[in-house]
Ligand binder design. Structure first.
Ligand SMILES: Cc1cc2nc3c(=O)[nH]c(=O)nc-3n(C[C@H](O)[C@H](O)[C@H](O)COP(=O)(O)O)c2cc1C
Length: 191
């Protein structure tokens, strides 16, 4: 073990003063949203389409806020804005699929992000090979991997909801592909 950093011996108040002096305001509870968004542009994300279905109504959104939680049991989490149409459908059905997009699926990412004019709701599913998985929710063939999930916990988080999900189905195609990323405000690829 190395020697402790001099910062570790500081009282919390002293540490706070030190950081505040370096960048005033950075430790207050309020961070300017544009500043936060500018910071988040540096975090590369893998793009997925989150899809769900409730009483025959399908809905989906493009998302990067997807994260593995544990392998035993298999769990992941997804953060969805409460204003997105799919939010209500996921909340009603308690089911969702996570379809991790390949670099060849940028057009699908745009459709499900509301970036294609006049394509909304059910029309978003007109592109791509969608089929019902074991849970009866849409799964996208040709994704790098698709996870069929049951929502285990719903955690409100300001404008968003964190859906903690139990994975009950994993579909991996025979062929590998490369992921579709989002970085610096644009879709990106691994070269
Ligand atoms: C690359 C990218 C990542 C996104 N990630 C998320 C996300 O993790 N959660 C979320 O709620 N919205 C996310 N969005 C925004 C939604 O895709 C968008 O608001 C949604 O498709 C709107 O659906 P609606 O028109 O049905 O409300 C993302 C958009 C893009 C372009």
């Amino acid at each position: 073990m190395g020697s402790p950093s001099p910062l570790q011996s500081l009282a919390p108040r002293q540490l706070r003063q030190l950081v505040e002096a370096d960048e005033p305001g950075c430790l207050t509870s309020y961070i300017d949203p544009p500043k936060f968004r500018a910071g988040m542009r540096h975090l590369a994300g893998a793009c997925s389409v989150i899809a769900s279905c409730s009483v025959g109504r399908r809905a989906g959104l493009t998302a990067t806020a997807v994260c593995s939680v544990s392998a035993e049991p298999a769990q992941l989490l997804v953060c969805v804005n409460r204003s997105v149409r799919a939010h209500e459908i996921i909340a009603q059905s308690g089911l969702l699929s996570v379809n991790v997009l390949s670099e060849a699926q940028e057009n699908i990412a745009k459709r499900f992000a509301g970036m294609v004019i006049d394509v909304a709701g059910e029309d978003r599913f007109a592109n791509g090979d969608w089929r019902d998985g074991k849970l009866g929710i849409p799964m996208l063939d040709g994704s790098l991997v698709s996870f069929g999930c049951r929502v285990k916990d719903v955690i409100p988080a300001a404008t968003h909801t964190v859906f903690l999900c139990e994975v009950v189905e994993v579909v991996v195609p025979a062929e590998d592909g490369k992921p579709l990323l989002y970085f610096g405000g644009s879709f990106a690829r691994i070269v």
